[in-house]
Design a protein around this ligand. Structure first.
Ligand SMILES: *[C@@H]1O[C@H](CO)[C@@H](O)[C@H](O)[C@H]1NC(C)=O
Ligand SMILES: *[C@@H]1O[C@H](CO)[C@@H](O)[C@H](O)[C@H]1NC(C)=O
Ligand SMILES: *[C@@H]1O[C@H](CO)[C@@H](O)[C@H](O)[C@H]1NC(C)=O
Ligand SMILES: *[C@@H]1O[C@H](CO)[C@@H](O)[C@H](O)[C@H]1NC(C)=O
Ligand SMILES: *[C@@H]1O[C@H](CO)[C@@H](O)[C@H](O)[C@H]1NC(C)=O
Ligand SMILES: CC(=O)N[C@H]1CO[C@H](CO)[C@@H](O)[C@@H]1O
Length: 647
């Protein structure tokens, strides 16, 4: 039973005891790489700590560094509480730090190491041109960890099961293409009256173009991702590709891509007309049904059909312990985005209720998109909005004041998107839910008068047990703390807002830069990904994030390290906010995460990092579109004397 009935009691969880010694260990191990706070530890577990500290490299603690102080302050506080005062989130922070440090320790600094790690993880030689890619990466201080690029292989692998010339032809003839020929990139396609994405992506690819083979990047010009191929079909394609995969002898590897003149010169009209598969334009809620067909058989959502009637209140599955969570808090953020394991999302996210537009194919074609559902088969590139300097998304050059200058508050502004919200279905939309949960008036009424909110129930006390929840003061707290509202209610039909005005009022918008005065900023999906996440990470505020969309950067960001993750139900929202605001330790944790996230973002979310991601992706895509693809490979590192005529 997934869904909570009125009165269902939450069925208890494992106590936290079993975690604490591991958590402590994790913290101590984590310090080795922290390079900042060794001396503080000595005040606490003297013996253990001295052992660790003895192994620490010489540390240069700069007492003026806001970043180092942010870390030191949290550690001081977390080490001064007894095990049973540790919050589950403290344990998650410790575990996340340890996992992330271990990941970053796998960094490659030279092409031979990077190529070896590539072969180990991918089972092929890297594509030709890998050396130039690595050269650019190292000369631009990029952090190269093979795992950071997993997404590329997840996305590209099914295409190894398709025929290369057909792939190349379909890519070349698509409606909107970033085309690379002879080391130059151009945008092809009619963009009259459209957003400037083609130019943004073309400008990015231009920077890599001198080092790229001829390649076509067919791009999706809709907000929504487009391809939902049945799980069985994708699996068969991936298996076909894997069966053919080989690690050719280094001397026999081909270094030169075939090139695309064979298509460019073809006079055949069939090859220049865009190939459009059957597009499904049927409106909701069949989208859920298309999506679940892309889930593995046996996964919880696969056999749960779309809801037909959204007139009933949304029900949140409280009595439920997903594998991606620990003690009620998201631990595995990738897992939390997966709709295949969460059948209740069929009625808790606008994408599955009434998306603005649907144009979906169940046939696999090459198509590049800025984001996708975990079930989609589009190939992800960095969202075009991340490439603009538009302060609407990025907040511009200001990233907000220091933590101590900030207001202890949470702010959110945005439009009531997520899909087409209507009288019959709006209470199921994620942004509406987020705002009602942050509305002090609504929550106070819920706590004191038993008035039902339209979009949510209070999460059970048994699951999230804290003082404010017990004394029913979450509403009062939010009244002071939260400033969250829609800037446009986007009523449907337009102008007929009676159904929504008792619950929401439109507020004036606020530039991102002004929002950064607050400590906390939640980020929720709109019609697709929110496009503000990068700006939020780079700010001095702490982003709180839930999403069902995958993005290019997912493998390089860690929840509870760079941002605070939320469940897509938001059932954990109040408890997470309580953790951050009820003790000095919580505030220090928020300050630390905001600072660590910003620092990390400045290292791995730069334009150069988006360039390197796209560059590597295009090398892979050019290879999979090449009829010699099984033999193409970078192997110079394995051949003692470089052979002549490298491409
Ligand atoms: C640790 O906690 C105790 C008791 O609450 C307090 O007296 C002491 O000052 C704290 N130490 C530090 C370093 O914060
Ligand atoms: C296009 O393809 C169809 C079917 O493969 C073929 O019958 C037709 O002659 C082709 N047209 C041209 C202009 O080559
Ligand atoms: C996180 O979840 C994803 C998707 O469900 C899964 O593939 C991955 O193995 C999980 N990661 C960990 C560390 O459990
Ligand atoms: C409830 O508890 C919170 C946290 O301790 C406290 O700040 C608040 O004043 C309390 N409110 C009431 C009504 O008791
Ligand atoms: C908060 O909720 C109340 C009703 O509970 C509503 O009147 C008000 O407009 C809401 N505030 C915002 C900013 O939407
Ligand atoms: C998925 C779903 O049931 N959506 C409904 C939202 O509300 C409109 C009525 O305004 C219905 O037509 C949709 O079917």
């Amino acid at each position: 039973m997934f869904f909570r009935n009125a009165g269902t009691v939450f069925s208890g969880r494992r106590g936290p005891e079993s975690f604490s010694s591991i958590a402590r260990f994790a913290f101590i191990a984590g310090f080795v790489t922290l390079a900042a706070t060794g001396f503080l530890l000595t005040q606490y577990h003297p013996d253990k700590v001295r052992n660790v500290a003895a192994k620490l490299p010489h540390l240069n603690l700069n007492p003026d560094s806001e970043h180092q102080q942010a870390i030191a302050e949290y550690e001081r506080l977390v080490f001064n509480v007894s095990d049973n005062e540790l919050h589950p989130i403290d344990r998650l922070i410790a575990a996340s730090r340890q996992a992330h440090d271990a990941l970053v320790a796998k960094q490659s600094f030279d092409v031979a190491t990077a190529a070896a790690k590539y072969r180990e993880r991918r089972g092929r030689h890297p594509p030709p041109g890998f050396d130039k890619w690595m050269e650019y990466a190292t000369s631009h201080d990029a952090i190269v960890v093979e795992d950071f690029f997993d997404r590329i292989y997840h996305d590209i692998n099914p295409f190894w099961g398709l025929e290369p010339n057909q792939l190349a032809g379909r890519a070349q003839s698509w409606h909107h293409v970033v085309r690379v020929r002879d080391g130059k990139a151009t945008g092809v396609g009619d963009i009259t009256g459209r957003v400037p994405w083609l130019k943004l992506w073309t400008d990015l690819v231009s920077e890599a173009a001198p080092y790229l083979p001829d390649v076509d990047m067919p791009i999706n010009y809709m907000d929504e991702s487009r391809l939902l191929v049945k799980w069985e079909e994708i699996t068969a394609l991936v298996e076909k590709g894997e069966k053919a995969r080989e690690m050719v002898e280094p001397e026999k590897a081909l270094r030169k891509y075939r090139g695309l003149s064979f298509i460019d010169n073809a006079k055949n009209a069939n090859e220049t007309k865009p190939y459009d598969p059957d597009w499904i334009h049927n409106n909701s809620p069949q989208y859920w049904d298309l999506s679940r067909a892309a889930c593995a058989p046996g996964s919880p959502s696969r056999d749960v059909p779309a809801l037909k009637d959204f007139s009933r209140s949304p029900s949140i599955p409280f009595d439920w312990h997903p594998a991606y969570s620990s003690e009620g808090y998201v631990k595995n953020f990738t897992g939390s985005a997966d709709s295949c394991t969460q059948p209740h999302l069929r009625s808790l996210h606008g994408t599955f209720i009434e998306p603005l537009s649907i144009s979906t194919s169940t046939e696999l074609i090459p198509l590049f998109s800025g984001c996708k559902l975990t079930t989609n088969n589009d190939i992800i590139i960095p969202g075009a909005m991340y490439l603009t300097s538009d302060p609407f998304y990025s907040g511009g050059n200001g990233h907000g004041p220091q933590w101590s200058q900030k207001k202890t508050g949470i702010i959110w502004r945005g439009v009531a998107s997520g899909g087409r919200n209507k009288k019959e279905n709006w209470s199921h939309f994620q942004r509406h839910r987020l705002l009602e949960m942050l509305n002090g008036t609504t929550v106070t009424a819920l706590e004191h008068d038993g008035a039902r909110a339209m979009t949510f129930d209070m999460a059970p006390l048994q699951m999230y047990d804290y003082k404010r929840r017990r004394n029913m003061s979450i509403g009062d707290f939010l009244t002071e703390f939260a400033d969250a509202g829609f800037t446009d209610l986007l009523c449907f039909p337009a102008g007929e807002c009676d159904y929504i005005t008792p619950h929401f009022k439109a507020l004036p918008s606020k530039p991102m830069a002004e929002q950064y005065v607050n400590k906390f900023i939640p980020d929720a999906d709109g019609n697709s990904f929110s496009a503000r996440f990068r700006g939020l990470l780079l700010s001095t505020s702490l982003p709180l994030k839930a999403t069902i969309y995958a993005e290019w950067h997912d493998d390089r960001l860690a929840p509870w390290q760079h941002f605070a993750p939320l469940d897509n139900t938001f059932q954990d929202l109040h408890a997470v906010l309580d953790y951050f605001t009820s003790t000095a330790k919580g505030d220090a944790a928020a300050r630390m995460l905001a600072s660590v996230g910003k620092r990390w973002g400045e290292k791995v979310l730069r334009r150069d990092d988006m360039l390197l991601y796209t560059w590597r992706l295009l090398l892979e895509f050019a290879r999979v579109c090449d009829e010699n693809r099984l033999k193409l490979g970078y192997t110079d590192d394995l051949i003692p004397v470089a052979a002549e005529g490298s491409a």
